[in-house]
Design a protein around this ligand. Structure first.
Ligand code: NAG
Ligand code: NAG
Ligand code: NAG
Ligand code: NAG
Ligand code: NAG
Ligand code: NAG
Ligand code: NAG
Ligand code: NAG
Ligand code: NAG
Ligand code: NAG
Length: 321
C-alpha cells in the first residue's frame, strides 16, 4: 500500500490528477504518460508477500520477480498471479489453509522451488505455462485432484508429492531428477507414468492407492528404487542400478527387467500375488539378494545369469525350483 501512496503522491505532486479519481482513470492516464511501472509501483527486485489479490495485481507489470513470491497464510479463496513469467527465487504457499484456487497463467520459470504445503482447501492449481522449476514439493493438499501443468514441467531438481488428493500426475515431463522423486501417501493416486524420465537419484513410491500402476518406460538409471503398495511396475529400460531395488507389500503379479546387469541390493518382500520374477541379464550384485514372504512365488528361475552375489542370499519360501 506504500506503493499506491507513492504513485498517488507523485501524480498529485505533478498536479496531473486529483487524488479522489478512480483507479481505472489513474492507471490509464499514467500509462499514457509513460508511468506504467510507477503506477504499479512495484519493486520487482525483492521478495514479495501476497496477502490480497490487489497485492498480486500490484506486481503484475513486473514480468520477472527477482526474489521469492510468498502467499500469506491468511489468504483465502482464489488467487490469480498474472503477468509474472519468471521468479528467480521460490514460489511458496505454505499453511495457506483457505486458499481454494491458484492460477499463474503466465509463469514459465521458477528458478528455485515450488512449495505448496498444507493448503487444505485448494482444489485448483493451474500453471499452464510452467516449464522449469528447481525442486517441486506438493504436500498436504487433500482436495487437489489434478495438476494443470499443460505445457509440461520439463526440468526439476527433485519432486516430492505427499499426502495429496491427486488421482494422476499430469504434466510432469521430467527427464531427470538429481534430487530424487518421492511419491508417498496419495491415497487416490492410481497412475504414475513418467514417460520422459531417464535418470533419477532415488525414486520412492509408497502407500498411494492400492490400485496404483507405475510406468517408467524410459528409466535407464536410478540409484535406489523403492516401491510399496503397487499393482504393477514397468521398468523395461533400466540399465544402471547403483543402489537398491526394493519391492515390498505390493500386488504385482509378475516382475521383469530388461537389460539390467548389476546392482547393490535386490529385495522382494511380502508381495502376495507375485508369481514370476524375471531378470535374465542380471549377472552380479555387490550387496544382498532377499526374496521372502511372497506366498505364491513357487519357482525362482528368473535369474538365469546371476553368478555373483557378494552379500547375503536370503531366499525363503516354498519353491519347487
Ligand atoms: C527493492 O527492494 C530491494 C530489496 O529490498 C532494495 O534493495 C531496492 O532498493 C528496492 N528498490 C526500489 C526501487 O525500491
Ligand atoms: C481459515 O478460515 C477459518 C474460518 O474462517 C479460520 O478460522 C481460519 O483461521 C482460517 N485459516 C487461516 C490460516 O487463516
Ligand atoms: C512451512 O511452514 C512450516 C510451519 O511453519 C515450517 O516448519 C516449514 O519450514 C515451512 N516450509 C517451507 C518450505 O517454507
Ligand atoms: C483450471 O483448469 C481447468 C481445466 O482447464 C478448468 O476446468 C478450471 O476451471 C481452471 N481453474 C481455474 C481457477 O482457472
Ligand atoms: C544421471 O544424471 C547424473 C546427474 O544428475 C549424471 O551424473 C549421470 O551420468 C547420469 N547417468 C546416466 C546413466 O545418464
Ligand atoms: C518421502 O516422503 C515421506 C512423507 O513425507 C517421508 O516420510 C519419507 O521419509 C520420504 N522418503 C524419502 C526417501 O525421502
Ligand atoms: C540409497 O540407499 C542407500 C542405502 O540405504 C543410502 O545410503 C543412500 O543415501 C541412498 N541414496 C539416495 C540417493 O537416496
Ligand atoms: C502398504 O505397505 C505397508 C508396508 O510397506 C503396509 O504396512 C501397509 O499395510 C500397506 N497398505 C495397504 C493399504 O495395503
Ligand atoms: C503380468 O501381469 C499382468 C497383470 O498384472 C498381466 O497383464 C501380464 O500378462 C503378466 N505377464 C506375464 C508375462 O505373465
Ligand atoms: C515369467 O516371465 C517371463 C518373462 O516375462 C516369461 O518368459 C516366463 O515364461 C514366465 N514364467 C512363468 C513360469 O510364467
Amino acid at each position: 500500500m506504500a506503493v499506491r501512496t507513492n504513485y498517488l503522491t507523485v501524480l498529485a505532486v505533478l498536479g496531473l490528477i486529483p487524488i479522489v479519481q478512480g483507479m481505472y482513470i489513474l492507471e490509464s492516464l499514467a500509462c499514457k504518460l509513460g508511468y506504467g511501472l510507477l503506477v504499479q509501483g512495484a519493486n520487482c527486485s525483492s521478495t514479495v508477500v501476497i496477502s490480497s489479490q490487489s497485492d498480486a495485481n500490484d506486481i503484475s507489470s513486473c514480468n520477472t520477480i527477482d526474489g521469492d513470491v510468498q502467499i500469506a497464510e491468511n489468504y483465502a479463496n482464489s488467487l490469480a498471479l498474472t503477468g509474472i513469467t519468471h521468479i528467480t527465487g521460490s514460489l511458496v504457499v505454505n499453511g495457506t489453509t483457505n486458499i481454494t484456487s491458484f492460477t499463474a497463467p503466465d509463469l514459465i520459470i521458477i528458478e528455485k522451488n515450488l512449495e505448496l504445503i498444507s493448503c487444505i482447501l485448494l482444489t485448483d492449481l493451474n500453471m499452464t505455462e510452467l516449464t522449469l522449476v528447481g525442486d517441486m514439493n506438493l504436500e498436504a493438499l487433500p482436495n487437489l485432484q489434478r495438476l494443470y501443468f499443460d505445457s509440461g514441467v520439463r526440468a526439476a531438481g527433485g519432486i516430492s508429492i505427499t499426502n495429496t488428493g491427486l488421482v494422476k500426475l499430469d504434466g510432469l515431463e521430467i527427464t531427470s531428477a538429481s534430487n530424487g522423486i518421492n511419491i508417498t501417501a496419495n491415497t487416490a493416486l492410481t497412475d504414475i507414468s513418467f514417460n520422459s524420465l531417464t535418470n533419477t537419484s532415488s525414486l520412492f513410491i509408497q502407500a498411494n492407492s492400492n490400485k496404483l500402476a507405475v510406468n517408467l518406460p524410459n528409466l535407464v538409471a536410478v540409484q535406489n528404487l523403492t516401491v510399496t503398495n503397487t499393482t504393477s511396475l514397468s521398468i523395461p529400460s533400466l540399465y544402471h542400478l547403483t543402489g537398491q531395488l526394493q519391492i515390498f507389500s505390493s500386488w504385482i503379479n509378475n516382475f521383469s527387467t530388461g537389460p539390467l546387469q548389476a546392482g547393490t541390493d535386490i529385495v522382494f518382500m511380502d508381495n502376495a500375488l507375485l508369481s514370476n520374477i524375471s531378470m535374465p541379464d542380471l549377472t552380479s550384485l555387490s550387496g544382498d539378494l532377499i526374496i521372502t514372504g511372497n506366498s505364491v512365488l513357487k519357482e525362482i528361475n528368473g535369474f538365469s545369469s546371476l553368478a555373483n552375489v557378494q552379500g547375503i542370499i536370503d531366499v525363503t519360501g516354498n519353491y519347487t525350483e
